[in-house]
Design a protein around this ligand. Structure first.
Ligand SMILES: [Zn+2]
Length: 209
């Protein structure tokens, strides 16, 4: 039997219970007192050798969670940084790249206002979508870029930030979900190339807007 909500009479509450998930994880521990490696650890794109690799013990949930970085506007590193730190900006959005070279082209889209993803209006959401597409287009136009990844986490800093990272053509090991681990494992690009990429991204967004 289902009620009007489509859920059966014996349905469970529609919620994620971190304590139940943690308890279930601990019940799934093997004889070594840990979870076994996930199947993704055996994918060719996994960045680490699996010999002696162990899954960390599943920690107790922390509820309420501690504050993230930059909760207050006055302390927010994004709000407090001037436009000249960004490679592009308009009235409602700013785009940054590290001033120090990273190993791969990585671009971050920020709202100008101090807000998070769940506070976006439909209009801001639509603008964000267009800008994500334009940034991907700018990165994809660089010779030797195979694909551009888009990431939104938000567990660290409060102020909305979307990360885009370009994967070099032919680096098959860098496909998929571990690209951001490789980003910090590989050595930085040459400073002059990094400067050129920053200028290219800013110029491409200017030309698109
Ligand atoms: Zn902010």
């Amino acid at each position: 039997m289902s009620d009007a909500s489509g859920r059966g009479n014996d349905s469970v509450p529609l919620m994620l219970d971190a304590f139940a998930i943690t308890a279930a994880a601990r019940r799934a521990y093997g004889s070594d007192g840990r979870l076994s490696l996930p199947h993704t650890a055996h994918w060719p794109i996994f960045p680490f050798e699996t010999d002696n690799l162990e899954v960390r013990h599943v920690e107790d949930p922390v509820v309420p969670e501690p504050p993230r970085r930059d909760e207050a506007v006055a302390d927010c590193s994004t709000c407090q940084s001037d436009d000249d730190r960004y490679v592009w900006n308009d009235e409602r959005w700013r785009v940054s790249m590290s001033e120090e070279p990273l190993s791969l082209p990585a671009v971050v889209l920020h709202s100008r206002a101090h807000l998070d993803f769940d506070q976006l209006t439909d209009q801001l959401g639509a603008e964000m979508g267009v800008l994500v597409v334009r940034i991907q287009r700018a990165l994809a136009a660089i010779e030797g870029v195979a694909r551009v990844h888009v990431y939104k986490w938000g567990d660290g800093g409060v102020h909305l930030h979307i990360l885009l990272v370009a994967r070099p053509l032919g680096m098959m090991q860098l496909r998929g979900m571990f690209l951001t681990t490789w980003l910090y494992a590989l050595p930085p690009l040459a400073p002059q190339l990094w400067t050129e990429i920053r200028a290219h991204v800013g110029g491409a967004l200017d030309a698109d807007s």
